[in-house]
Design a protein around this ligand. Sequence first.
Ligand SMILES: Cc1cc2nc3c(=O)[nH]c(=O)nc-3n(C[C@H](O)[C@H](O)[C@H](O)COP(=O)(O)OP(=O)(O)OC[C@H]3O[C@@H](n4cnc5c(N)ncnc54)[C@H](O)[C@@H]3O)c2cc1C
Length: 478
Amino acid sequence: MDNKYDVLVIGCGVIGAATAFELSKYDLKAAVIERGNDVSLGTTKANSAIIHAGYDPESGTLMAKLNVRGSEMAADICEKLDVPYRRNGAMVVAFTDDEVQTLKGLYTRGTVNGVKGLRVLTGEEAKEREPGLSSEVKGALYAPTSAIVSPWEYCLAMAETAVINGTELMLNTEVTAIEREGDLWKVITNKDEYFAPYVVNAAGVDAISVHNMAAPQKYVSKPRRGEYFLLDKAEGSRTDHTIFQCPNEDGKGVLVTPTVHGNLLVGPNSENVEWDDTANTTAGLNFVREKAKKSIPGIMFNKSIRNFAGVRATTDCKDFIIEEAAPGFIDCAGICSPGLSAAPAIGEYAVELLEMSGLKTVQKENFVYERKRIRFNELSDEEKAELVKEDPSYGRVICRCETVTEGEILECFRRPIPPVSIDGVKRRVGTGMGRCQGGFCGPRISELFVEDKGYKVTEVLQDRAGSEMFVGKTKEGR
Ligand SMILES: Cc1cc2nc3c(=O)[nH]c(=O)nc-3n(C[C@H](O)[C@H](O)[C@H](O)COP(=O)(O)OP(=O)(O)OC[C@H]3O[C@@H](n4cnc5c(N)ncnc54)[C@H](O)[C@@H]3O)c2cc1C
């Protein structure tokens, strides 16, 4: 049977990608089913992009264990798979004596969780490390292992590696029902039916709904939205560390952090929403701005180039829900923060649960664990000249803000998971990430979809299905 697999993974955010990456180390017939037209279209592309050190989750929880392990795994994966990652360190700052006590509690919890290098600093020590901090700061917890990452490239790199190692990726394929047929799960989609004895549910905010297709309801989904400001690179060095405030009942609070792309990121708030609603609101953004200024008063919010929001897959369970919900059916649900940090450890743990449920795993001898891409703006002048001589398309700069060339865009068209939209190109090579947010390069990238990939101009998408850029015809009739 062609549509019978050993394992099916539902969803290709960072958790589905990490699970597929882990499974692809073994001789298995595996596939990932994703309803979007690309990977990383859910919460994975809209978060704080921090690989947390692991002092925040309650000791003894899956969150604590998998956060610390995932953070340890991230550096190696990012190096081998060429994902932007920097261990910039974090500080949790306190403004009152009570909050200084909270820092001490976080220090103890982090140490129990196995986080290395934690230190409690005085206000003066914190300000010496980060001069832009408010003069009101009375102390800080310093976590040197905290890092920043490009979240969508992290997901894409693991998904691409899984595909290179034989995993099938079915995009534009939505799981609509799941039934038991003998010893197999029948996974019914908008396209076809697929069968497997083992299924991993990594459907993000929808993981509870997908669970309910296969097993009786156990948990309730309670999604929470977080909104952000992304500031121009002119503000990117406002802080070098990631600056948190003391956590409260709504989570880790508003942070200020540099990004691996050189910008400044400020957010998020935390607000209940009914569904995966990623709208920005005036109230939410005002809240974020005021809170952030308490940590770093000098932030120039008039340098904001974009706002966005992401939705946490929070549930009525305080921990990650990673368990066998029915025979061979593994839930990875409730994966709110620190899900990005924990992702590779969640993938590893999901495969352990599959093995405990009976999946036979035999290590592949020829597992490919490397990935490289050209970043023209990071090359020396000599390397640039050499590259342009070899391939003149690297001499044509398409994105002027970020200096991304036509050669890089054409190269990403040939990758194992090629982009199908302008934002898909953005997530792969960084076009449209700068001050003009794609105003200049968007039309030229549209032309490349037409010229190189044979799209009709009316088929060019900004992002998801339904986001067509153009209607009507060009004068050439395309
Ligand atoms: C505001 C905010 C800030 C955060 N900050 C951090 C941080 O700094 N560090 C950190 O570690 N974590 C952070 N997180 C958490 C982190 O982003 C998530 O834990 C992680 O991205 C979850 O990944 P996922 O793969 O489970 O979900 P998603 O990325 O949402 O992927 C789920 C995928 O499943 C697909 N899908 C759903 N239903 C179906 C279906 N029926 N059929 C087929 N496909 C389906 C979706 O299309 C989607 O692509 C933050 C989250 C938010 C919202």
